[in-house]
Write a protein that binds this ligand. Structure first.
Ligand SMILES: Cc1cc2nc3c(=O)[nH]c(=O)nc-3n(C[C@H](O)[C@H](O)[C@H](O)COP(=O)(O)O)c2cc1C
Length: 552
């Protein structure tokens, strides 16, 4: 089997924080809540953090939760803390993990993908301070059963699940490693059920598994838990097959990622990870896995999936285990994908397809889970044919993304569903501006038998095609002055919703503008004198002044 070589160095330094340093940074930024009272990992932990996503708390106010005193439903106590939300409870936490401001995340991804940096192999690593193997993995309270892995969806899930994983496998033909975030459910002290998506565009690890199956061999795997955040973010990122995600992680931090040879499998793992579970995945037998609450927001029912036999668990002496809260969106799982995928879509449309009018891409998050519904923000002057190239491009970049793609203009906030319906209602004509395309593969969602195994795509051009009258709200200066007045009067706090002031949509004249200015200045009588001079007869009410005057 091939081993990838990189520059070798002993105990080299590094240019990026590990998970525990990241937690300190979150704490300093007021983004970490530490819970020291006993919390049951099987019934209380995820439901508590779930309230942060279902309790009306704005994204900007979400925090990471560190649990230091963990128990379970059998009354056992654990000395390893668990942290939820530390990778991506919101975009700010993600930015801190990446080491950049929120508005630089997209550009950082673009640079990292264009300029990967190969990892550096080190001889000794914090992730191997403790090595558990052989008989020490065997039996209740040992191996996996000694770890405080929480239950994500109590009442539905069949087991505690590892969710914040970076699963490393190696292509047996090319020797290149893949790293993907896949769930892994505990089945015994040394056995895990692993689920790698088999759909087109699914898991890179599944492609490797098929190759090992053809060779008649089991597949070596290292499930890395608690990577340095910049490395962890590569797990859910959707890169082309054949790209080693560890190289791109180097591109993110601008320095090589330290990696070390795993103890029992021929794989390189991030040296500063909190914990690594090494083992082999059977390529012959599958075992029932699930039910488990999926990121598409429904319970994934029991399926036959891969089985991993653990050969070693290596870890720091004092590790912290991260868990990603997923299931119904918004969630940490949807934030971690949203901030990573949106820049890929924008770069594809703008840089690869050369669509000048594309201004922004927004993957719809609440309940739909960022993949099926995509909004494109287009400049007002974009030609219709370019709007459609953008719609087709967004619908085809990733097999699982873009079942419903809607193009709107820059003045429409895609996060405001009312504004989107407003654009569809007034700026599109369904018989001219909607297309349904057949032959979409099944995406990531609850399984259905409809459509002969195929899904389809709905594209809507809800951009403005002609000049329209202004939005009927007071002009900006009046609304701003009134806001100051509102606040001076001590009325209930405002949360301005876009749109909150009137603006021109193209169809407006200087004459009307001057009339409105006169009216606002108290001179409406002058407007009345002017219209009195324009009396006409023989017209039907509601005849446009512009049309009637043109006809003279
Ligand atoms: C919390 C979380 C859990 C995930 N679980 C799975 C999973 O169980 N199986 C899977 O195929 N993808 C899962 N994904 C999505 C993959 O990580 C994502 O598609 C990624 O691009 C896979 O990397 P790959 O293309 O290298 O396989 C999960 C993502 C997150 C954030």
């Amino acid at each position: 089997m091939a081993t990838r070589t990189g520059e070798k160095s002993e105990g080299a330094g590094r240019g990026y924080p590990d998970l525990q340093e990241h937690l300190k940074a979150l704490d300093a930024a007021g983004l970490l809540v530490t819970i020291d009272e006993p919390i049951n990992k099987d019934t209380e932990m995820h439901p508590l953090v779930r309230w942060q996503f279902r309790g009306g708390i704005p994204e900007a106010e979400r925090k990471a939760f560190l649990f230091t005193n963990i128990t379970d439903s059998k009354g056992r106590e654990y000395d390893i803390p668990v942290v939820i939300g530390a990778l991506a409870a919101n975009a700010e936490i993600y930015g801190i993990g990446m080491g950049v401001a929120v508005d630089e995340i997209g550009e950082t991804w673009r640079r990292a993908i264009a300029g990967p940096i190969a990892p550096r192999i080190v001889e000794s690593a914090p992730c191997q301070e403790v090595v558990i193997d052989g008989e020490d993995l065997e039996g209740p309270g040992k191996g996996l059963d000694a770890l405080p892995i929480p239950i994500s969806t109590p009442g539905y899930d069949a087991a505690p699940y590892l969710t914040a994983t970076n699963c490393i496998t190696r292509d047996p033909e090319t020797g290149v490693q893949n790293m993907g975030t896949y769930r892994a459910g505990l089945k015994s002290s040394r056995r895990l059920g692993v689920r790698m998506a088999v759909r087109t565009g699914g898991a890179g690890g599944y492609i490797h598994w098929q190759k090992y199956q053809a060779l008649g061999e089991r597949m070596p795997i290292a499930i890395v838990v608690g990577c340095p955040p910049a490395v962890a973010y590569l797990g859910p990122q959707k890169l082309r097959h054949g790209v080693d995600e560890l190289d791109v992680a180097g591109g993110i931090v601008g320095a090589p990622i330290n990696v070390v040879a795993a103890k029992t499998v021929d794989l390189l793992v991030p040296a500063e990870a909190e914990l690594v579970i090494e083992g082999l995945i059977d390529t012959e037998y599958l075992e029932p896995e699930g039910p488990f609450g999926e990121s598409h927001g429904h319970i994934a029912l029991e399926d036959y999936n891969m089985i991993m036999e653990v050969s070693a668990i290596t870890r720091k002496r004092h590790p912290i285990i991260p868990s990603i809260i997923s299931q119904v969106t918004p969630s940490e799982s949807s934030v971690i994908k949203r901030v990573a995928y949106e820049p890929l879509f924008l770069a594809h449309l703008r840089d690869h397809l050369g669509i000048d009018g594309i201004v922004g891409v927004s993957l719809h998050e609440p309940l739909t889970n960022i993949r099926p519904v995509i909004f494109l923000q287009m400049a007002r002057t974009t030609p219709r044919t370019e709007v459609w190239r953008a719609l087709y491009g967004a619908a085809t970049l990733q097999a699982a993304c873009g079942k419903l793609v809607i193009a709107v203009n820059e003045d429409i906030d895609p996060d405001n569903g009312d504004a989107v319906f407003w654009a569809i209602a007034y700026r599109s004509n369904p018989s001219l501006d909607v297309e349904i395309l057949p032959h979409r593969g099944r995406g990531h969602g609850p399984k259905t038998g409809r459509g002969d195994g195929e899904d389809s795509t709905l594209l809507i051009d809800a951009t403005q095609k002609e000049d329209m009258p202004p939005l009927a709200l007071p002009k900006r200066q009046y609304m701003e002055a009134a806001k100051a007045l509102w606040e001076r009067l001590g009325l209930a706090p405002l949360k301005p919703e876009s749109p909150w002031f009137g603006y021109s949509l193209g169809d407006w004249s200087d004459e009307w503008d001057e009339g409105a200015l006169r009216a606002a200045g108290g001179d409406y009588l002058e407007n009345g004198r002017r219209t009195a001079r324009r009396l006409r007869k023989g017209l039907k009410p509601e005849t446009s002044v512009r049309k009637a005057d043109d006809d003279i």
